[in-house]
Design a protein around this ligand. Structure first.
Ligand code: ADP
Ligand code: ADP
Length: 542
């Protein structure tokens, strides 16, 4: 059989294609009996940015922790005392041999940014400035603070920072180290597009000008595209085993990953491709008006942040995408809608019943996932709930786990499910893409869309993942202004107008990958970039 069909091909005509299965060889690392095994390791290159792309639970963090000398690989023998010598032997004759030997001899310095920045406050007691000073081996903190726009929070205690602030502080703290190899485990969660691009530029510069080696695990394809010179794809069976391929060119790696087929490995990693339809902006679904709001102003006090909202309306049965930089008043607007905040000017008399998934998911109760979800909806367990909510969000496998034991991506999916399971007039999801892998983003997008279509529900989705917003939204609400100082927003507009306005504010244009239609960020100043800006087509260029 070729691996796609289960039965032998009656025509005997198809070339043999492999399906991921546990390899015959010894793994690089196995956590225990019947526990996760990792095959292969990425090979960081001096002066280059190397990416790793793959689903959650496939061993990316494990691989990074091995290369950062935090885990000594046991080559599958989890009972024995692991040794670097044995690992070096295993990789003799490969590019990794030198790396591992240098590591054994303490000839190289490594720095690692962990995946879950939310946990930093548990480990560091102090303010931003103290944390950054403690890692500033290159004497570059002032520049990093400036480039990553950390200035406003330098004197703030770490445990008062928002997720986006923590992410940038963690990046600065890692990049300030004087290392030969930098390991960055997800750089985009909680960052807006402008901040993502700024972080990507810094990382590239450190590789190119500093001749350092950067290894980046990332799910945001637009950022990987912008950032990585080469890409390792990780595939396998999440939670069971993972294989890290040798490097591919970034474009090839992303395209093969999306297609679900790795050419060099002749490996089908997913039954179907993830497709980016090249759709013209769809006509908005026309429902009755759900809520009409007048001009509003919200100020947190004298000299504090002020948001100005131009009068507008949200329709029933539409998905409204909400875009704009961080700190510009998107959540403030959401809180005005819920009635949790009163505007300082203007009156909002609609009191909507809102189901809200906040940006930072906090569901750390000692409770099982199934019990938690059953406490939210009577539909829990019904076949409708299974097909509409649990299925697309892939919750079956984690139902019996405790909320406290979930990974970031698992917690996010449970939180989205909990939000959609409430009875409400308006579903408000703040950054549902955070910590989800590419496939989970597509599934979550589908779940949210289907749910709103089938229930004539209305949703407001705040997200920085431009692909997710594109697939999900009928109309856009664009926020602009000066982050942390003042924000403004005009009424919801169609997708084309909204994307042009939003990306025009950022001065970023997108083109389509010829093979997959995947939107890709244009190089600033390139011919396409200039042409599109001239035509005012930042996203849906023909
Ligand atoms: P990724 O970074 O691709 O999401 P990880 O490397 O974090 O994947 O995890 C891969 C698998 O290894 C997961 O199933 C995870 O539960 C498991 N795992 C991670 N750390 C340990 C550990 N210390 N003991 C046992 N299993 C672990
Ligand atoms: P966004 O959702 O676009 O990231 P927010 O609406 O959360 O932005 O915040 C906008 C600005 O208002 C930020 O600078 C934030 O620090 C400030 N802010 C939010 N809540 C309060 C508050 N209760 N008091 C004072 N300032 C606040």
């Amino acid at each position: 059989t070729c691996g796609i069909c289960v039965v032998k091909c009656p025509f005997d005509a198809i070339e043999i294609i492999n399906l991921p299965q546990e390899l015959d060889e010894e793994p690089v690392h196995r956590y225990g009996e019947n526990a996760f095994s990792l095959y292969g390791l990425p090979a960081p290159q001096g002066g280059q940015v190397t990416g790793i792309l793959g689903p959650n639970g496939i061993g990316k963090t494990t691989a990074v922790r091995i290369l950062a000398e935090e885990i000594t690989p046991n080559l599958g023998d989890y009972d024995a005392e692991p040794s670097w010598e044995a690992a070096i032997d295993r990789f003799r004759g490969t590019e990794l041999q030198n790396y591992l030997e240098a590591m054994r001899d303490s000839d190289i310095a490594v720095a690692r940014k962990p995946q879950y920045v939310d946990k930093i406050p548990d480990r560091f007691d102090g303010n931003t400035h103290q944390l950054l000073d403690s890692t500033d081996e290159r004497g570059v903190v002032d520049d990093l603070v400036d480039r990553l726009d950390i200035g406003p929070v330098v004197d703030q205690p770490i445990d008062t920072l928002s997720g986006g602030e923590l992410q940038r502080v963690a990046l600065a703290a890692t990049l300030a180290r004087d290392a030969d190899f930098y390991f960055l485990d997800e750089i985009t969660p909680y960052l807006d597009i402008g901040q993502r691009v700024a972080a990507a530029r810094l990382i590239r510069e450190l590789a190119e000008e500093g001749d350092r080696s950067m290894l980046v695990v990332e799910h945001d394809l637009a950022v990987l595209d912008l950032l990585a010179d080469s890409l390792h794809v990780a595939y396998g069976e999440p939670g069971a085993f993972g294989v890290i391929t040798p490097p591919k060119s970034t474009r090839q790696g992303i395209n093969e990953y999306l297609a679900g087929y790795l050419e060099a490995q002749n490996m089908r990693i997913r039954p179907e491709a993830i497709e980016f339809e090249r759709h013209a902006p769809r006509a908005a679904r026309k429902g009755e008006v759900l809520v009409e709001y007048p001009d509003l102003e919200m100020s947190y006090g004298e000299g504090e942040f002020t948001l100005e909202v131009e009068a507008g309306a949200i329709h029933e049965n539409e998905v409204l995408g909400v875009v704009g930089p961080n700190g510009i008043g998107k959540s403030t607007f959401a809180k005005l809608l819920t009635g949790r905040l009163e505007p300082t000017e203007g009156e909002l008399d609609a009191r909507l019943d809102i189901s809200y998934k906040p940006q930072y998911v906090e569901i750390d109760q000692p409770m099982r996932v199934d019990a938690f979800l059953a406490s939210i909806t009577d539909d829990f367990g019904s076949s409708y709930w299974e097909t509409e909510v649990a299925g697309p969000l892939q919750l079956e496998r984690i139902m019996e786990q405790n909320l406290t034991d979930l990974s970031g991506g698992e917690r996010q999916r449970v939180a989205i499910a909990a939000c959609l399971s409430e009875d409400a007039d308006l579903y408000l999801l703040d950054e549902p893409s955070a910590h989800l892998d590419v496939e989970q983003r597509v599934l979550a997008t589908r779940a949210i869309r289907r749910y709103t279509e089938n229930h004539d529900a209305t949703a407001l989705v705040i997200d920085h993942d431009i692909y997710m917003i594109d697939l999900l939204a009928d109309r856009l609400m664009v926020f602009d202004g000066e982050p942390a100082i003042r924000g403004e927003t005009s009424p919801p507009v169609g997708m084309r107008e909204g994307m042009n306005r939003f990306l025009g504010n950022l001065d970023v244009t997108f083109r389509r990958d010829q093979r997959t239609s995947r939107p890709r960020i244009n190089k600033p100043g390139s011919q396409l970039d200039r042409e599109q800006k001239r035509a005012g087509e930042y996203y849906y260029a023909p």
